[in-house]
Design a binder for this molecule. Structure first.
Ligand code: NAP
Length: 310
């Protein structure tokens, strides 16, 4: 077997690894009576995560940017679903989503912050904040903090981060350049947004301490989805040519999310980072509790300002 074949076949302490699929890691887990809110339910990893959790009996509150996308995805997943609209780059939309979910009068057991954008070629902003940071982090921060009181006693919050968090600026989060105007790089700024997702889980886990709720972050692997739509044709051509060496299938890509969201083995694991269905080391910034607390405060300030402007 080739070295790559050995790596792909390797399983970690959990008994799962790179090649495990979402169906495999949830085999035998009964999620009947549980309720999962998943952002980005209409595409890629979000759809597969929803499909497999629903297969295990979970009710899916499927969030997408438009009613049509949410409804179409939920219909494809099955009848045990509720579509909701959540445009993460519009905090009014996120607040409406929160209000809709609060109006359902049912607790959320699994909150899966999955939606994301990557590698925008030029600087784009929302409310003066760089758009990847705003969408991937500020939008999810608003959603998750808005739903904290509606989480069940043993709720799990799962943040889709990325290995890309290691591409973040050398100080981790550039608090004095969240606009991106001093300098912008599509990958560094994507990395910053994914580091922010990771740090959100770290700080939320700290706030959850003493409870049975957990918050974790993960890298799903490299999977060919529409996430690469902004990468440009050269990068996409290289990706297409070489991806066979390292890309996971979507079924494999959703495995770590489903594992962290549902496995009894990690029911009391919190504030950690997972890769290939196993705990892994994040960057030093990704383990920096002080940075995580500072980011929480700075993000709350952004949310308060944006909502006050509306
Ligand atoms: N694929 C990979 O290799 C990889 C690697 C590391 C991490 N990740 C992470 O995994 C997550 C899922 O990615 P994916 O590969 O499944 O990508 P995808 O197929 O492009 O799915 C992304 C989802 O996010 C939604 N989205 C984008 N902008 C949004 C916004 N402003 N408001 C609400 N929803 C929005 C998209 O909706 P539309 O369809 O309407 O645009 C789509 O449903 C992302 O957070 C990504 O950073 C993926």
């Amino acid at each position: 077997m080739s070295l790559l074949g050995i790596i792909k076949g390797t399983r970690g302490a959990s008994g799962f690894g790179y090649a495990s699929t979402a169906q495999e890691v949830t085999q035998g887990i009964d999620l009947t009576g549980k309720r999962a809110l998943i952002t980005g339910v209409n595409s890629g990893l979000g759809f597969e995560t929803a499909r497999v959790l629903a297969m295990r009996g979970c009710h899916i509150v499927g969030a997408a940017r438009s009613e049509e996308k949410a409804k179409t995805a939920c219909e494809a997943i099955g009848s045990n679903t509720t579509p909701v609209v959540c445009e993460l780059s519009d905090l009014q939309s996120v607040r409406r989503c929160v209000d809709t979910v609060l109006g359902h009068d049912a607790e959320i057991d699994l909150l899966i912050c999955n939606a994301g954008i990557m590698a925008l070629p030029t600087l784009q902003q929302k409310h003066g904040i760089e758009l990847q940071f705003f969408t991937n982090h500020v939008g999810h921060f608003t959603l998750a903090t808005g739903l904290l009181d509606r989480l069940s006693e043993t709720a799990r919050v799962v943040m889709l981060s990325s290995y890309g968090h290691t591409l973040a600026p050398k100080d981790g989060i550039e608090f004095d350049n969240l606009s991106g105007e001093d300098h912008y790089s599509r990958w560094r700024n994507y990395g910053q947004s994914k580091l922010a997702n990771l740090l959100f889980a770290v700080e939320l886990a700290r706030r959850f301490s003493g409870t049975k709720k957990t918050a974790n972050a993960l890298h799903p692997g490299v999977i060919r989805t529409s996430l690469s739509r902004h990468m440009g044709w050269v990068s996409n051509a290289v990706y297409a040519a070489t991806g066979v060496l390292y890309c996971k299938t979507v079924a494999q890509g959703a495995a770590t999310t489903c594992y962290v969201a549902s496995s009894p083995a990690v029911e009391s694991v919190s504030g950690r980072y997972f890769v290939d269905c196993n705990e892994a080391a994040s960057s030093a910034h990704g383990r920096d509790g002080e940075l995580a607390q500072r980011l929480w405060g700075a993000t709350q300030d952004i949310v308060d300002r944006v909502l006050a402007e509306a």
